[in-house]
Design a protein around this ligand. Sequence first.
Ligand SMILES: [Zn+2]
Length: 326
Amino acid sequence: MRPGRIYQNKQFLESILNEAGFKKNQLIMPIIIHEKRRVKGDGMMPGAVSDCKNEIFQAVYDGLDVGIDSFMLFGIPMIRNSKGSRALMNQGIVQRSTRKIRDEFGSRVQIITDVCVCQYNESGHCGITNYVGNQVENDPTTHLLSKIALSHAQSGADIVSPSSMMDGQVSRIRKLLNGNGFSKVKVMPFSVKHSSNLYAPFRAIAFNSKLRGKPYIDKSTYQISFSNRREALREIVVDINEGADIVMIKPTLTYLDLILMIRENIGDFPIAIQLVSGETAMIKAAAQQKWIDESEWIVQTIASAKRAGADKIITYAALDIANFMA
Ligand SMILES: [Zn+2]
């Protein structure tokens, strides 16, 4: 008798996750909300919805039905401007969507919001750029980020998640939240966001027609170099000292060593990781060619991130994984 494994078998997939000690409540499901635009189903990027109550609610119900109660909102606005100021409007895409979800689902859901300006400004950079050389200006950007985070908290967010990699972004946000009565709102910075083209599928949908076709945006002056271990740990320690409640590392698959190293250095402090759009797209594309088994690869990816030390996992495959564990 040959002990062959049964692929696509739910028990087998579930056992991989169980052995790694992974629990469903560790999943965070991203919802990408497009303002006033119909979203065509995109197999590479699940989780995208239009700015319409029914679609947003359906995404949340889909998660709740399989035991996911934590949702991370990314907004894709219709209009960009030079300062990215629509990111902090009370009627902005994330603010409106947060209020809708909170009104409908109350405390049954945890709402996490992405706090950045790259979807809102004309440069596509994660900060305010100056007029010479398109350099990102750190301090005006952290000032803007703190105001965006406050507007998300006022709309009902439980956790704000600054993703622009500016120095001092956590302390500035923490201070403004505390000063406005939101000391219970948590801050989960993208602490170690590597400069990577694995974000390409997300960027492709995030860029409106004005930016589409624009060459690759070089964010290496503020995102982290993939080759520097000590810089990654330093960024984590700085964020913890500034008042972060959870630290985050992304992408995942080529950084498992860093996740482990950071886990070994910060004890029990919560670590989130994100399997970014390119990581999901690679798996899905290969599976479409029937070169690999999508379910097994997704599950092994999650198990490896958990094994390396991740507490929370943000993934476009959250529904699939929860289904394997149902
Ligand atoms: Zn950004």
